[in-house]
Design a protein around this ligand. Structure first.
Ligand SMILES: [Mg+2]
Length: 350
């Protein structure tokens, strides 16, 4: 039996904007692209939601619903920084973290020793620490699996906590409208309605086989969800931040020139690895790492530099000068931009 927490920040981008500029609070606020540039709303606060403004709505449409709406430009660097800090708090309790976006993640705390293994207490503590240290609120759902934890985090939003204990699962799910189930979109919900299936209790009248006949492989999944079964594990994010090649030398390299002589071979290996990266990454800043014979080390990177031999020569000279001692390890690498996370950013200005 797993213990899963789903954390979802409350109107994340808007909450950060209100935190950083209190004059923006208590009025309808959205973060997004400008209406005259065919922009789209990324997030809005609850004051704006009261007018019917929603994320993914065009800014033009949002302003028609709420003429007083203030739309500010997104500051993704800031949001990413806050997201990293939140993840730092998560990691105090577990390394099993699956981010769904900058402001949403699943945590598997099945093995976490804190609070005598109480996932509820861990969720409370995460909510308390995020509020105290970062001055934004998050909602949390606690449940024995991912699909229920995600539904639970939405149950008491904003600034809420909702727990579904294992012995509550069956009753909780029975009353759940099928539209709330993971993977049930409009088309499937309509088809279910035509079959007279509105809640998970209705689904339970059907056998696995009968559902599979109607819905293919999703039918089997539907049957499981209706009984509160979801075996999906929390998938730890394995996205890379950088790619690098390092080499420890049998004999220390005595001076800068002997280090520079090693660069071409290291770069060749790094470039070969870069070619094998999939297209969801883009190489960004080059960097070098130097570990001196006394195990002190330094890393130097350069924004905007090329990834050619000359750029790495300059970086290496700069890094070497910081210690000017014999070198035992050299590394060359490149920071990576994760284009997956950028997609959302691009869509705002579609
Ligand atoms: Mg959110």
């Amino acid at each position: 039996m797993r213990k899963i927490i789903h954390i979802d920040c409350d109107c994340f981008y808007a909450a950060i904007e209100m935190r950083d500029d209190p004059s923006l609070a208590n009025r309808p606020l959205a973060v997004g692209g400008a209406a005259e540039r065919r922009g789209v709303i990324a997030t809005c606060n609850y004051e704006a939601r009261a007018y019917g403004v929603r994320s993914a709505m065009s800014s033009y449409q949002a302003l028609k619903l709420c003429p007083d709406l203030l739309i500010v430009k997104p500051r993704f660097e800031v949001y990413r920084g806050v997201s990293r800090e939140i993840h730092g708090i998560f990691r105090q309790f577990t390394d099993l973290i699956e981010p769904l976006s900058l402001d949403e993640a699943y945590l598997d705390v099945t093995e976490a020793p804190h609070f005598a293994g109480s996932a509820t207490r861990i969720a409370q503590e995460i909510r308390r620490r995020v509020a105290q240290e970062l001055h934004i609120t998050v909602s949390a759902g606690v449940a024995p699996n991912k699909f229920l934890a995600k539904i639970a985090s939405d149950w008491r939003k904003p600034d809420g906590l909702f727990v579904i204990t294992p012995d509550q699962v069956e009753d909780f799910v029975a009353a759940l409208p099928v539209g709330k189930l993971h993977g049930v979109g409009k088309v499937t919900a309509d088809k279910l309605a035509r079959l007279g299936i509105r809640t998970c209790l209705d689904v339970r009248d059907w056998s696995k086989l009968a559902l599979a006949r109607e819905f293919g492989s999703f039918g089997e999944r539907l049957w499981g969800l209706a009984w509160g079964i979801d075996e999906r594990a929390v998938k730890v994010d394995s996205r890379r931040q950088s790619l690098s090649v390092e080499h420890t030398f049998e004999q220390d390299l005595p001076d800068l020139q002997s280090c520079l002589d090693k660069l071409p071979a290291l770069l060749e290996e790094m470039n070969a690895r870069l070619q094998r990266l999939d297209s969801s990454y883009r190489p960004d800043k080059p960097f070098v790492k130097v570990k001196f014979h006394d195990f002190t080390q330094t890393t130097l990177e350069q924004a905007g530099a090329n990834r050619d031999l000359e750029s790495y020569r300059q970086l290496l000279a700069g890094a070497h000068a910081r210690g000017n001692k014999p070198v035992r390890l050299l590394g060359v690498g490149v920071r990576l931009l994760d284009l997956r996370g950028r997609q959302e950013q691009l869509e705002l200005f579609a």
